[in-house]
Design a binder for this molecule. Structure first.
Ligand code: SF4
Length: 237
């Protein structure tokens, strides 16, 4: 950086400081944050009874770890849950479909975001730049379809990060898909098998009885809060 350019930036910074209001004082408010964190913990860390579809969609071993060796959520996880809840509830509120329906099938619990003419609609929000459809989005929707005996579902993806395509044009921020399932029995079998694997791990208190993440979802291991325990369990197995 040239001397005159650096000097120019310094001058700008000095002007900004001079213009800062001196009659206002800003200090960290620990009690406001503590209250909010306590409420977030009460809401998002409460133990869920039984096996849910969301336990079976990502990594079944991680679901076993979470139930057998629960860990407090991090601030990053709280911020993701909070943002996700807000987006979901707003879309549910403004839609014409039936919002948030709790279902149960063969002891597996599920929570469907929307039911539009009795067709399940799954809402996903993502910070990813990519505009592809991650396999676990389809898996989750297909599980709900199987539980409801429906061969069709709908997927709504809200992208939170703007991006441009190879022609430098802005990519869509909202995408919607219809998903048709040709072999519902296969999906039902997979869902039941996954639930049995998780139940066996919980009954035996042995996370190794739950399968590790599927190859196409291996990216999840990078940010997994149980990565260390998982590696040492695998090594000792
Ligand atoms: S490290 Fe990977 S395989 Fe192990 S529990 Fe976490 S997500 Fe699953």
């Amino acid at each position: 950086m040239s001397g005159s350019k650096a000097g120019g930036l310094l001058e700008l910074a000095e002007i900004a400081i001079e213009k800062a209001p001196t009659d206002i004082e800003v200090t960290a408010d620990a009690s406001l944050k503590t209250d909010l964190m306590a409420n977030l913990k009460a809401e998002f860390e409460k133990e869920r009874e039984g096996i849910h579809v969301s336990d079976l969609v990502y990594c079944i071993r991680k679901a076993a770890f979470r139930k057998l060796q629960p860990k407090p959520l991090t601030e990053v996880q709280f911020s993701y849950f909070l943002a996700g809840r807000g987006h979901h509830e707003t879309i549910q509120f403004i839609s014409n479909a039936e919002p948030e329906k709790e279902i149960e099938w063969n002891g597996i619990k599920g929570s469907i975001d929307l039911l539009a003419d009795s067709v399940p609609v799954e809402i996903k929000t993502t910070r990813s730049f990519k505009r592809d459809i991650p396999p676990h989005y389809i898996r989750q929707l297909s599980y709900y379809c199987a539980m409801l005996e429906k061969t069709e579902g709908r997927l709504l993806i809200l992208y939170l990060t703007p991006n441009v395509n190879h022609r430098n044009e802005p990519e869509e921020m909202l995408k919607a898909y219809t998903v048709k399932i040709h072999d519902l029995e296969k999906i039902k079998k997979e869902l039941l098998e996954s639930a049995h694997q998780l139940q066996a791990a919980l009954d035996e208190k042995n996370v190794n009885l739950a399968p590790a993440v599927r190859e196409e979802d291996a990216w999840q291991c990078k940010s997994c809060e149980y990565a260390e325990e998982c590696r040492s369990k695998e090594a000792s197995h």
